[in-house]
Design a protein. Structure first.
Lengths: 485, 181
C-alpha cells in the first residue's frame, strides 16, 4: 500500500527518481503544414472576410452596480498592461461613481485607436470601490497578401494591404469599393473584385488576404440622345457640346449622367417647361451602351405674379426694375438667374453683401402660370432647434455642463469639434464661452441634442477668431449635453 | 484581561484580514456587440433594445426560452446596426428629425389609439421601455421614412423597401455582428 502511494506521488511529481515507468504516449498524428499554393487556394476560395471577433452567445451583463472608481487600466488577455492614450480613458474619473455610459465612451475611444479587435469592460470590486479594467484583444496583423486573376500589386497598395500591417476589414471594404469604382471609370463595368481573408494562425494573431480581380471587357458608349421632347435636337447638341465624357466611344460616368440630367432640366426650364419629367436610361447590348434621356415636356408656364420682399437695402422700385419680366410671357430660368445676380450686385453696392437672395416660385397648373417672389433675407438670428430632447432637469446658470459639440460656419465648414477629445466642461453663467453658446446650452436636458445658430453679435463679432472664424460670422453649433452638475 | 486584549487587537486583526483579502473576481459588465462602419454597438445597448421583446417571451421550457432570448438579442443587435447606418446616411444627405417632429408623431399616434402621450409612455413602460427609448424608436422610424421618401420608394411595400435600404447601406461599410443567432 505504501509502495503504491509512493508510485502515485512520484508519477504526479513528474521528475526526479521515479519508480514508475513512463507511460508511452500514442504517436501524434502527422501535422501537415499547408503549402503556399494550398493556403492561397483556401483563402482565395472564400467569399468573406475573417471577422475580428467570433460571434458568441450574449451573456447577461449588468452595469448598474459599481461603486466609486478606484482606477482604470487597459490590459491584454494575458493580463499584461497595455499602453493607451490618456484621452481614451478620460471619461473614467477616479473617485467618481462608476458610470456605465462613461465606460461605453471609453470603449469606443479604445476601439477608434484601431489597435484592438475586441474590448470588454470589467469591474473588480475592491476595498471601498471598483477597479475598472478594459480587457483588449490586439488586432491580428496581415501575414500574406495573395493576388489572383488580374489583381496587381497596385490594387493591394491602393487598399493599403501589406504584410505585418494591422488587419482592418473596414478599410478593406472601403478599398474594395474604391477598386470597383476605379475599374468602372475605365469602362470595365463587368469587373469583379472580391476580397477575402482567413486567419493564418490558430491563435487568430495573423490573417491572410486574397484580392481577386476579373477585369472583363471594356464597355463603351454607342449613343447618347434625348428622346420625347419637342426640343430633342437642341438638347442633343447641348449634350454633345457640354460634355466630353459621356459621348460615343467614351465610358459611362454616373456623376456625369447626373450632371447631364440637371443640364437638360435647366434647358427645359429656360423654355417654360417647369413640370417636365426627365430620367436617363442606360441600355446595354453586348459591349456597347446606349444612353437615352427620356423626357416628357409637360405644359409651358408663363409668368404670373412677380414681387420682391424682405430686408431690402435699396428702395423697392430699384429692385423691381431688375425684374423686367412681363406677366404672360414664357418663363425663362436664365433670365431669372441674371436678375438674381443683378439684385445681389445691388445689395453689395449698398454695403449689404451679407444679404441672401432667394427666389420662391409657385406653379398654378390650371392657369399655366408661375408666381415669382424674390425674398431678400439677412443672416439668421439666434435660434435653437432641439434635435433630441433629453431627460431630467434643465441646465441653468451656475451648473457645470459637460458636452460634446461641433461648430460650423454657415457654409458647413467645421471650425471646431470636441470629437476625439475629452468632452468639454464649463460653468454656465461664468462667461468662459461666447454668449450665444451659453444661451444655447441653457434649458437643455442631459441626453439632449440641440442645434444652436449664433449671430456674430453673440459670437466672435467683427473681430472673428482667425484663421478659422472670419469676421462677422454666423456660427452653428450642434451640442449634445452629457451631464450637468 | 484576555477578552480586553482581544478587543484591543480586533481592529488591527480586521485590518490585516482586509489587507490580505483578495479582491472579488473581476466581472464583465459590457463588451463590444457589433461594429457598424465607424460605430461600436455595446452589449448593454443591445440588451436595452431587446428588453421589451425578452419581457414578452412566453416560453416556459428553459431551453426554448434561452433560444428565444438569444434570437431577441440578435435581432435587437441587427436593428441597432441598421439604425446606426441609417443615421449616417441621413447625415450624409442632410436629413434630420427634430424633437418637434417626434412630438407631432407621438400626438398622431396617441390620437389614433384614443389615448394621450402619457398613455403611450405608460403602455411602453409596462413593456419595459422608458420614455427616452420610446422617443428614440419613433425618431428612428421617422428618419427611416424620410430616407425612403427621398428615394421615392414605394412605401406600401414598407418591409421590402426597408430591407433593400438596409442591404444597400450594409454593402458600403464593414459590419460585424458578434451576437450569435
Amino acid at each position: 500500500m505504501k509502495k503504491l502511494a509512493l508510485v502515485l506521488l512520484c508519477a504526479a511529481c513528474g521528475g526526479g527518481a521515479s519508480v514508475a515507468r513512463p507511460v508511452p504516449l500514442p504517436p501524434s498524428p502527422a501535422v501537415h503544414a499547408p503549402t503556399e499554393a494550398e493556403r492561397r487556394a483556401a483563402v482565395c476560395g472564400r467569399d468573406e472576410l475573417a471577422p475580428l471577433a467570433a460571434p458568441r452567445v450574449a451573456s447577461s451583463v449588468a452595469t448598474t452596480e459599481g461603486g466609486r472608481v478606484l482606477d482604470a487600466a487597459v490590459i491584454d488577455p494575458a493580463g499584461q498592461p497595455v499602453e493607451a492614450r490618456s484621452e481614451a480613458l478620460a471619461p473614467i474619473n477616479a473617485g467618481a461613481p462608476f458610470d456605465a455610459a462613461a465606460a461605453r465612451e471609453a470603449t469606443r475611444r479604445l476601439w477608434q485607436t484601431g489597435r484592438f479587435a475586441d474590448v470588454g469592460v470589467e469591474i473588480s470590486p475592491d476595498r471601498g470601490g471598483v477597479h475598472v479594467i478594459f480587457r483588449v484583444t490586439p488586432r491580428p496583423t496581415v501575414a500574406r497578401v495573395f493576388l489572383a486573376g488580374d489583381a496587381s500589386n497596385d490594387d493591394a497598395i491602393g487598399i493599403g494591404l501589406a504584410p505585418s500591417k494591422p488587419y482592418d476589414p473596414a478599410a478593406i471594404v472601403t478599398g474594395k469599393r474604391q477598386l470597383r469604382e476605379s475599374y468602372d471609370s475605365y469602362g470595365l463595368i463587368d469587373a469583379k473584385t472580391p476580397i477575402s481573408s482567413a486567419f493564418a494562425a490558430a491563435d487568430r494573431s495573423s490573417v491572410d488576404v486574397c484580392i481577386r480581380v476579373k477585369r472583363g471587357a471594356v464597355v463603351k458608349i454607342e449613343s447618347v440622345a434625348a428622346h420625347g421632347s419637342a426640343y430633342d435636337r437642341e438638347l442633343d447638341a447641348l449634350l454633345a457640346s457640354e460634355d466630353t465624357a459621356n459621348v460615343r466611344g467614351g465610358v459611362v460616368h454616373d456623376e456625369v449622367l447626373e450632371r447631364d440630367d440637371l443640364l437638360l432640366a435647366a434647358a427645359l426650364y429656360d423654355r417654360g417647361l417647369l413640370s417636365n419629367r426627365l430620367h436617363h436610361e442606360v441600355v446595354r447590348h453586348g459591349d456597347a451602351i446606349d444612353v437615352t434621356f427620356e423626357i416628357v415636356d409637360g405644359p409651358v408656364y408663363h409668368y404670373g405674379k412677380i414681387a420682391v420682399r424682405g430686408q431690402l437695402a435699396a428702395p423697392k422700385a430699384e429692385y423691381e426694375k431688375l425684374l423686367p419680366f412681363k406677366r404672360g410671357a414664357v418663363f425663362d430660368r436664365s433670365e431669372v438667374v441674371k436678375a438674381l445676380d443683378a439684385i445681389r450686385a445691388l445689395d453689395t453696392s449698398r454695403g449689404r453683401p451679407d444679404l441672401e437672395v432667394e427666389p420662391l416660385t409657385e406653379l398654378d397648373a390650371a392657369a399655366g402660370t408661375v408666381s415669382l417672389v424674390v425674398d431678400v433675407k439677412g443672416p439668421p438670428g439666434f435660434s435653437t432647434v432641439d434635435l433630441k430632447r433629453g431627460s431630467g432637469r434643465a441646465a441653468k446658470s451656475g451648473d457645470t455642463a459637460t458636452l460634446q459639440y461641433k461648430g460650423t460656419l454657415l457654409d458647413g465648414t467645421v471650425f471646431d469639434s470636441s470629437a476625439g477629445r475629452a468632452p468639454f466642461s464649463f460653468k454656465l453663467g461664468s462667461g468662459t464661452v461666447i454668449q450665444g453658446f451659453e444661451r444655447g446650452v441653457l434649458g437643455m436636458k442631459v441626453g439632449g441634442k440641440r442645434r444652436v445658430t449664433i449671430p456674430p453679435d453673440l459670437g466672435y463679432g467683427q473681430r472673428g477668431a482667425p484663421p478659422k472664424i472670419p469676421s462677422n460670422a454666423t456660427l452653428v453649433f450642434e451640442i449634445e449635453l452629457l451631464s450637468i452638475q | 484581561m484576555a477578552l480586553r486584549r482581544t478587543l484591543v487587537a480586533l481592529p488591527q486583526l480586521l485590518g490585516l484580514v482586509l489587507f490580505f483579502a483578495r479582491p472579488a473576481e473581476a466581472r464583465t459588465v459590457d463588451r463590444i456587440a457589433a461594429i457598424a462602419g465607424p460605430h461600436v454597438i455595446m452589449l448593454s445597448e443591445v440588451q436595452r433594445e431587446a428588453a421589451p421583446y425578452i419581457r414578452g417571451i412566453q416560453e416556459k421550457d428553459p431551453l426554448a426560452r434561452a433560444r428565444a432570448e438569444t434570437k431577441a438579442l440578435h435581432e435587437a443587435c441587427e436593428r441597432l446596426i441598421d439604425a446606426a447606418l441609417e443615421a449616417d446616411e441621413a447625415e450624409r444627405v442632410h436629413l434630420e428629425v427634430t424633437a418637434q417632429e417626434v412630438d407631432g408623431a407621438l400626438d398622431m399616434l396617441a390620437k389614433s389609439r384614443a389615448t394621450t402621450r402619457e398613455g403611450l409612455f405608460a403602455a411602453a413602460a409596462e413593456g419595459g421601455m422608458n420614455e427616452t427609448a420610446y422617443r428614440d424608436g419613433i425618431r428612428r422610424e421617422l428618419l427611416e421614412a424620410k430616407l425612403l421618401q427621398l428615394r421615392r420608394a414605394d412605401l406600401t411595400k414598407w418591409e421590402q423597401v426597408r430591407a433593400a435600404l438596409a442591404a444597400e447601406l450594409r454593402a458600403k461599410v464593414y459590419v460585424e455582428d458578434r451576437i450569435s443567432s
